[in-house]
Design a protein around this ligand. Sequence first.
Ligand SMILES: Cc1cc2nc3c(=O)[nH]c(=O)nc-3n(C[C@H](O)[C@H](O)[C@H](O)COP(=O)(O)OP(=O)(O)OC[C@H]3O[C@@H](n4cnc5c(N)ncnc54)[C@H](O)[C@@H]3O)c2cc1C
Length: 410
Amino acid sequence: MSKIIVVGGSLGGLLVANLLRSKGHEVDILEKVSGSLDGRGAGIVPHPVLIRALELCGIKIDDNVGVPVARRVTLDQKGQRITELDLPQIFTSWGRLYHMLKENFPDKHYHSGKNVISFGENSQEVMVHCEDGSSYQGELLIASDGLRSVIRNIVAPEIKPEYTGYVAWRGVSEEAALSQYMRNTLFDHFGFGLPEGEQMLGYPVAGFENNLNPGHRRYNFVWYRQAPEDTLLKDLLTDADGVFHPHGISPIQVNWKHITQVREAARKNLAPQFAEVLEKTGMVFFQPIYDVFSKRIAFNRVALMGDASFVARPHVGMGVSKAAEDALSILHHIDQLGATPEALEAYQQERLIPCQRVVARAQYLGKFMTAQGQEELKNNHIGIANRVMKETAIDISDIIMSDELIPENL
Ligand SMILES: Cc1cc2nc3c(=O)[nH]c(=O)nc-3n(C[C@H](O)[C@H](O)[C@H](O)COP(=O)(O)OP(=O)(O)OC[C@H]3O[C@@H](n4cnc5c(N)ncnc54)[C@H](O)[C@@H]3O)c2cc1C
């Protein structure tokens, strides 16, 4: 059995590390952050491939995994339902997946507070170096260190995250804090709102300590809003003390004046149900949305996976499922070819084109959203809503290589 180093201990890193351990490999995870990563993410749509990967890790999946939702609805600005679509899905939470994977992995091989800064390799092994002076050796290095991957920056410095021109405002509010009107008309559904050039969506997720009981759940929202890079984005990334955070601002640092403005915009542009969710959310924050598009993901004894290799805009709801597909592919090729450069090359052969197509699909959905001006919405609100509900956050694994993936050039 082989010794493998995984850089990044979030969902992607934990998935591949657990899968490799299930086959008897010795795996060490190096994670920059000290302590738990809890509280990072909100809702996740788990596609079947993610469930399969969790089961292969030895994690038992039961009805407790998330909140089942049967229907999608689109609300107009007045809060009236303009159209709906039956599409059963389960919504789990980032924290739930993180805990299941973390608890399944031995603590002594999960090294927190290890900021990887470089690596060296010879014909047999890779040596990974951390900022604190420690080093770890393995036959392979799997980099799952996210959007701003340090390892990608070393092996493929030409690949940079590209800002899409919009951000996602996010947050969760307690079900118990919401009005009966909101709970009766929206809470149980995957809800959409379509202001000009923007998109609001929301769905129920588990509450505190994974409580799935009615009255104890939460409503998760994601509101995509345009923010030009040199003006509004710069302003948004500047905290209330005037400090600019070019690589992302943490939820607690978001300027309270920007939160006030986004709540005001919600009252003006969204259905009252969504506006209420924003008012009742304690921590409203945002994330700039980026594309990452790679031309190579295997570099001898080093491979990129998860957000380190490709980032597709969240409209496809594929981030964690894509990381699971990457992890399953790495596992399969190491099974076949051992912990060798050939296995990583075979992983690249398998994953490069499907991942490039997922990114392209997500770009198409994003461009469709930003292109919808007032006139289009006025003339064809129901048609646009039906299309958005039909195409957002669905399992596209069976159409990934077909021409249906990107229906029109935009
Ligand atoms: C608004 C929004 C909504 C989303 N909704 C969904 C959804 O519904 N469904 C879905 O599947 N996905 C969704 N995603 C995407 C999903 O969150 C990511 O694709 C997924 O979490 C990728 O995980 P990862 O492990 O590759 O990267 P990350 O979660 O970014 O983890 C990278 C890890 O590497 C660590 N790290 C970084 N640098 C170093 C270093 N130098 N040394 C050591 N460690 C390091 C970081 O601390 C971090 O823990 C959404 C994303 C956004 C922005």
